[in-house]
Design a protein around this ligand. Structure first.
Ligand code: NAG
Ligand code: NAG
Ligand code: NAG
Ligand code: NAG
Length: 506
C-alpha cells in the first residue's frame, strides 16, 4: 500500500506543529460529547504532494473512534480518520473520493468502525460542529468591521486574558457601542463604525470563552443598541426633535443634569410642566412653553444616547428631544395678593447684585404663601428659580417681561416662582416702614448687563456636583445656560464643548 511512512519524518514534524497549534485552544472537555450524527462522505486520499486533505487540527490515540474524532473536531465542519488511530480536522476540502475498499483499517478504539488506511482517510461531515459565533447579548450585534488608526471605537480600552462579550458589554456600559478585537481587546465608543468587513474575517476566539468570536487583527466585532426611544413616557408624548441654544433656551423652566439621565428621570423631574426635553446625553429641561425660537428638525439630529440608557435618544448638542404632557394642566399663575402683599411684576435679579439681598430660604416645598410668611416683616418679597425666597426693604433691578418668569414653584406647580435670574416680586400694601422703599426702575445704570450669559461660568463649574439629579447649588445654578459648557471643560458655548473629543488610539 502507498504508505505515509515513506514521509514519516516530515509528517511527525507537521503533526507536532498541528498539535501545538491546536493546544492554543482549550478543548479537553469536548471528549465528553455524546454520539455523533456525522455523515460519512467517503474514502479519500489524505496526502497529495505533501498537501493534507484536512489539517487544521489533529491528534492520535489508541482509543480512536469515529465519535471521539468528531468530538475533538467540534470546531470544524469536517473530520477524517486515518491509519486506525489518527484524527484530522478541517473546514473545507476539494478532493474526490476513491473506492471504499481502499479504507480498510478498523479503528483502534472500536474495531467495528473503519478508520482509513495508510494515506487514506474516512472523511465525515461533522455532526458535532459548533461554530464560534459573536455572542448573543441583549444589545444587538452589528457585525464585523474594519478597525484602523484612528480607532473606530476609540475609548476606554481594556485588554484581558479572560475577555468575553459579556465582560466587554459591562466595561462599556456607559457607551453606545462596544467591540471586541484580537481575541482579548475591548473597545468602547459613541459612534457606529462605518466600514464593514466579511464576517469570516472576525475569526479569533475570545480569550475568556472559546465559543465566542472576538474580532481579529484589525477586525472588530461590534455591538450596540439601535435607538428605541418610547413614544410615551408617563403622561408625556413625544413631540419631536427641536433646536436649542445657549442663551436662548427652547424650554425655560427647571433644568437638571444627571450623569445617568434617562427619559423617565427627566419626565419625573418635569412633572407638572407642559413639556420636557432631553439634550446632550445628560441634560433635562422643563417648560410650559416651547419657545418660538425652537425649530423642529429631522429626527436624525437627535441621536445622542441618554447617559443612563443608551437605547434612548437624549437629543444632541443644541438639540432637544421634546415630549409634551398629554394631561390638561392648569397654567401656573402668580397669586395677585398674599396676605398684606400684592403682586408687582417679574423682576430682574443677579448673583452678586441682588434685587432684595441674599436668599433667605430654599425649599423643595416652596410656594408663594410660604415665602410671604417668611418675609412677613419686610416691604418686599420675591420667589425665584422655582424654589428660592428673598425678602427686603430696598429694591434694585428693573421690571422684566412676564414671560421671563417661567418656573413653577417646587411646592405648588400651579404657582409661578420666578425663573433664571428672575423674581416674581411682591410688595406690601401697608408698609411697615413707609420711607424706606426705594424702587429703582432706572433701566441701564443699576444693572449694566442683565444677560444670563454674563454670569461667571467658572463659578458655575465649581458649584456643580455631577452625579445627582437636581442641582443642590442654588444661586449659581440659576445661570441655566452655562453649566453644560463649564461642566465639560470651561468652554463658552455648548457647541464647542459638545463636539466629540478627538479619539486617542492606543
Ligand atoms: C460562552 O459563550 C457561549 C456563547 O455566547 C455561552 O453560551 C456560554 O454560556 C459562555 N460560557 C461561559 C462560561 O460564560
Ligand atoms: C465611562 O466610564 C468610564 C469609567 O468606567 C469613564 O472613564 C468614561 O469617561 C465614561 N464615559 C462616558 C462617555 O461617560
Ligand atoms: C432603556 O430604554 C428602553 C427603551 O425605552 C427600555 O425598554 C428599557 O427598559 C430601558 N432600560 C432600563 C434599564 O431602564
Ligand atoms: C415638604 O413637605 C412635606 C410635607 O408636606 C415634608 O414631609 C417635607 O419634609 C418637606 N420638605 C422640605 C424640603 O421642606
Amino acid at each position: 500500500m502507498p504508505s505515509t511512512h515513506s514521509s514519516s519524518g516530515l509528517r511527525a514534524a507537521s503533526l507536532f506543529c498541528l498539535i501545538a497549534l491546536s493546544r492554543a485552544v482549550p478543548y479537553g472537555h469536548v471528549f465528553n460529547r455524546q454520539t455523533t450524527s456525522s455523515i460519512r462522505n467517503g474514502c479519500f486520499i489524505s496526502n497529495v504532494d505533501g498537501q493534507r486533505l484536512l489539517s487544521t487540527a489533529t491528534y492520535a490515540s489508541d482509543a480512536m473512534t469515529v465519535e471521539s474524532c468528531a468530538s475533538f473536531c467540534f470546531r470544524h465542519k469536517y473530520f477524517a480518520l486515518e491509519y486506525a488511530r489518527e484524527c484530522y480536522c478541517g473546514d473545507s476540502y476539494t478532493a474526490q473520493p476513491v473506492s471504499d475498499i481502499q479504507c480498510s483499517m478498523p479503528c483502534a478504539g472500536n474495531p467495528a468502525q473503519k478508520c482509513g488506511a495508510g494515506n487514506r482517510v474516512d472523511l465525515y461531515t461533522n455532526g458535532l460542529y459548533v461554530p464560534r459565533a459573536p455572542a448573543t447579548l441583549s444589545t444587538p450585534y452589528l457585525g464585523c468591521f474594519v478597525d484602523e488608526v484612528p480607532r473606530v471605537l476609540p475609548d476606554n480600552l481594556l485588554g484581558a486574558s479572560d475577555m468575553t462579550a459579556e465582560k466587554c458589554a459591562a466595561h462599556c456600559s456607559n457607551y453606545s457601542y462596544f467591540g471586541l478585537e484580537y481575541g482579548r481587546e475591548c473597545w468602547c465608543g459613541n459612534s457606529r463604525p462605518k466600514n464593514p468587513a466579511p464576517a469570516t474575517e472576525c475569526s479569533f476566539p475570545c480569550s475568556g470563552n472559546d465559543s465566542q468570536l472576538c474580532g481579529a487583527g484589525g477586525r472588530i466585532n461590534v455591538w450596540g443598541s439601535p435607538l428605541s426611544s418610547p413614544e410615551n413616557v408617563g403622561d408625556f408624548e413625544y413631540a419631536g426633535c427641536f433646536t436649542d441654544a445657549v442663551g436662548q433656551r427652547s424650554l425655560r423652566g427647571k433644568t437638571t443634569y444627571d450623569s445617568a439621565m434617562t427619559l423617565e428621570k427627566c419626565a419625573a423631574s418635569c412633572s407638572g410642566y407642559d413639556h420636557f426635553g432631553v439634550s446632550f446625553r445628560e441634560e433635562c429641561y422643563c417648560g410650559d412653553v416651547l419657545e418660538p425660537t425652537a425649530v423642529e428638525v429631522p429626527q436624525a439630529e437627535c441621536a445622542m444616547r441618554c447617559a443612563g440608557n443608551y437605547s434612548q435618544a437624549c437629543g444632541d448638542a443644541n438639540r432637544l428631544n421634546v415630549f409634551s404632557n398629554t394631561q390638561c394642566l392648569p397654567d401656573p399663575e402668580s397669586p395677585l395678593s398674599v396676605g398684606k402683599f400684592n403682586y408687582q411684576a417679574c423682576w430682574t435679579d443677579r448673583v452678586g447684585d441682588r434685587a432684595l439681598g441674599d436668599v433667605v430660604e430654599r425649599s423643595d416645598n416652596m410656594t408663594v404663601e410660604a415665602c410671604a410668611a417668611i418675609c412677613e416683616e419686610y416691604n418686599f418679597f420675591g420667589v425665584e428659580f422655582g424654589r428660592e425666597c428673598f425678602c427686603g426693604n430696598l429694591l434694585r433691578g428693573e421690571i422684566a417681561p412676564e414671560s421671563d418668569c417661567t418656573h413653577r414653584c417646587s411646592g405648588a406647580s400651579t404657582q409661578l416662582c420666578g425663573g433664571v435670574d428672575r423674581l416674581n416680586l411682591y410688595h406690601a400694601t401697608v408698609l411697615p416702614t413707609a420711607t424706606s422703599v426705594v424702587a429703582t426702575p432706572t433701566p441701564t445704570p443699576t444693572l449694566p448687563a442683565e444677560d444670563e450669559d454674563e454670569e461667571e461660568p467658572t463659578v458655575v463649574l465649581t458649584d456643580i456636583p455631577t452625579p445627582t439629579s437636581t442641582l443642590p447649588a442654588e444661586d449659581e445654578e440659576e445661570e441655566g445656560p452655562t453649566p453644560v459648557s463649564t461642566a465639560a471643560g470651561a468652554e463658552p458655548t455648548d457647541t464647542d464643548v459638545e463636539d466629540e473629543p478627538a479619539p486617542t488610539p492606543i
